[in-house]
Write a protein that binds this ligand. Structure first.
Ligand SMILES: Nc1nc2c(c(=O)[nH]1)N[C@H]1C(S)=C(S)[C@@H](COP(=O)(O)O)O[C@H]1N2
Ligand SMILES: [Mo]
Length: 317
């Protein structure tokens, strides 16, 4: 079976010969699983934006969903400006296709992969997650994606891989907010490997059944619902396995305010405001919505608290 997306790459240009064989084997197994049609349907449906997916009822909530219009117009994506309505207004020039995602560092399989290579073996599912921004507002969003762990395991991380780091595109022509030094560019994020392997960690390619709008991080972004929103890095262009803890954008810009872990924690205030409550962004004028209590790990303690046993969460915030 010939897949144009795969044949476009000249692996000898980008990976040492020894790596090439495992890489070719890796791609072949993807196609043997009969999963290439998945990629086709994904790419084919991009035009109208509808995705094919199964609803995963393990990750559901009866809380009201944030309306699509709000989830796609009230955003943080500093590459397109610092106001909440900037991303929706300015992200039209991103051009999230074609796209590639190099896989680097401590893994048996590394190299440059196209978006299609990355997505191909993964059946998409819908999960409804509560999301909480560090700025004390929150949303309930039906994401479409697949477990981050399924993606990472394909590259066979070595025993030295203790962290996984993600990088957003750097291209000021397509991300005009990068002409200002509001953050050090490109935007970077990272998880400890065991956090990344937790079933809640999701690679999202869509929301509300449709492909991600640019302002929400097209073509693929991270979603970690037990952490503050800023960990959910958008428009990812590289994934690197590493032994050392990688830098993360907000921690680098204000280490006293934003920690590496950034777990949602009502008991640890931001130095300039309380984290005890949050304002849910819903229909209508959310500014007047009552503030609701913020839960430890954003309500996902049962799934993730084990990751931080014996960790002083005031110190490692
Ligand atoms: N590259 C990049 N990713 C980013 C950000 C950003 O500025 N740049 N903002 C983060 C913050 S602070 C939040 S709250 C979420 C917002 O995601 P949403 O706009 O899809 O709700 O994206 C996160 N990912
Ligand atoms: Mo945020």
């Amino acid at each position: 079976m010939r897949n144009p997306a795969i044949n476009d790459i000249l692996p000898s240009e980008i990976t040492p010969e020894s790596r090439y064989h495992s890489r070719r084997e890796f791609l072949r197994r993807g196609s043997l699983l009969g999963l290439i049609p998945m990629a086709r349907s994904f790419a084919g449906e991009r035009a109208q934006g509808q995705l094919q997916f199964k609803k995963n009822r393990q990750f559901d909530t009866d809380e009201a969903r944030t309306p699509y219009a709000k989830a796609t117009s009230y955003n943080n994506f500093y590459e397109f400006g610092t106001d909440k309505d900037d991303p929706a207004r300015n992200a039209g020039i991103l051009r999230p296709h074609p796209w590639s995602v190099p896989i680097e560092g401590e893994a048996e399989i590394t190299g440059k992969f196209t978006l299609e290579d990355i997505l191909k073996p993964h059946a998409l599912e819908e999960r409804i997650y509560r999301m909480r921004c560090v700025e004390a507002w929150s949303m309930v969003i039906p994401w479409v994606g697949f477990p981050l762990s399924d993606l990472l395991m394909r590259f066979k991380p070595t025993s030295k891989a203790r962290f996984v780091a993600f990088t957003t595109l750097f291209d000021p022509a397509r991300m005009p907010g990068q002409r200002r030094n509001v953050l050090q560019w490109p935007y970077v994020e990272a998880l400890r490997m065991d956090e990344a392997m937790n079933p809640l960690a999701l690679i999202a390619v869509g929301l509300y059944g449709r492909t991600l709008p640019n302002q929400n991080g097209a073509p693929l972004r991270l979603v970690t619902p037990w952490k503050y929103g800023f960990k959910g890095i958008k428009s990812i262009v590289s994934i690197r396995f590493s032994e050392q803890q990688p830098p993360t954008s907000w921690n680098r810009s204000a280490p006293d305010e934003y920690g590496f872990f950034a777990n949602v924690n009502p008991a640890v205030d931001h130095p300039r405001w309380s984290q005890k409550r949050e304002r849910r962004i819903g229909a209508g004028f959310s500014l007047f919505n009552p503030r609701i209590p913020t839960l430890p790990f954003n309500g996902y303690a049962e799934q993730v608290a084990y990751l931080y046993k014996g960790v002083d969460l005031r110190r490692f915030f």
